[in-house]
Write a protein that binds this ligand. Structure first.
Ligand code: TMP
Length: 243
């Protein structure tokens, strides 16, 4: 078995409070997130890892109802929009993500909190820090172990989305350009927890890079946990809190 557990399906222990791993895909509309979620989870399942695939908004019954209100209803005032997305996340994290992590699953979500920071905080102009504070409360500070940003230009995103648009997709290219920059800024602030990939590359190539990075994260965790056992002997605390 290798350090990442590739051969047997065993995963290295996380150093946070829950044994599972939390992986998020983010990016503009038309970036190809859904394809990448599928390619990653297919491969993880093939390797025998326990995987939980989910999405925001959605992932729960209430979340799907909120999704419908947000994407296919009438006008929603920007602050109401931010609160509805936050409500979806609060419920989703409580009902799906944390239980999955507690059960040792690799939880892979199509969008998470960065989408709210980029779309509502930046796109709607509600403010990155205000939205961040709202979300921190909503999800009780749960951070992903790895966030993959699929970077897409507004033009490419629009072409890929085709003629049918939901409420957010129907926004002008200028809106999507601000959102795109929002994702890139978030990634630039914390490169250790992010992987930014050009969504214009072939899907199989992107999937290879995603898997490579996840394997590196797991290898580092396995290494740290071996080192942690050594440092505990020396009295150095090793537990890292994820949330
Ligand atoms: P998608 O799941 O098909 O990408 O559609 C979800 C839409 O909702 C997409 O346009 C991005 C938007 N969105 C936000 O504006 N804020 C959020 O917090 C999330 C999760 C999605």
């Amino acid at each position: 078995m290798d350090e990442t557990g590739g051969a047997s399906g065993a995963l290295p222990a996380r150093r946070g409070t829950a044994p599972g791993w939390f992986v998020c895909f983010e990016g503009g509309d038309g970036a190809g997130k859904t394809t990448q979620v599928r390619l990653l989870t297919d491969e993880l399942e093939r390797r025998g890892h326990p995987v939980l695939v989910t999405r925001e908004p959605g992932g729960t019954r209430l979340g799907e109802q909120i999704r419908d209100l947000l994407l296919h209803g009438g006008h929603v005032a920007p602050r109401a929009e931010a609160l509805l997305y936050a409500a979806d996340k609060a419920h989703h994290v409580d009902q799906v993500v944390r239980p999955g992590l507690a059960a040792g699953q690799v939880v892979v979500t199509d969008r998470y909190t960065d989408s709210s920071i980029a779309y509502q905080g930046m796109g709607r102009g509600l403010g990155r820090d205000e939205i961040r504070r709202l979300l921190h409360w909503a999800v009780r500070g749960l951070l992903p172990d790895l966030t993959i940003v699929l970077d897409v230009t507004p033009e490419t995103g629009r072409l890929r989305r085709g003629p049918v648009h939901d409420r957010l997709e129907a926004e002008a290219d200028e809106f999507h350009a601000v959102v795109r920059q929002g994702f890139l800024d978030l990634a630039a602030r914390d490169p250790a927890r992010y992987l930014v990939l050009d969504a214009a590359n072939p899907p199989e190539e992107i999937a290879r890079q995603v898997l490579g990075r996840l394997e590196a994260v797991w290898a580092a965790a396995a290494h740290a946990s071996a080192g942690g056992r050594r440092s505990r002997l020396g009295g150095i605390p090793t537990s890292g809190e994820r949330a």
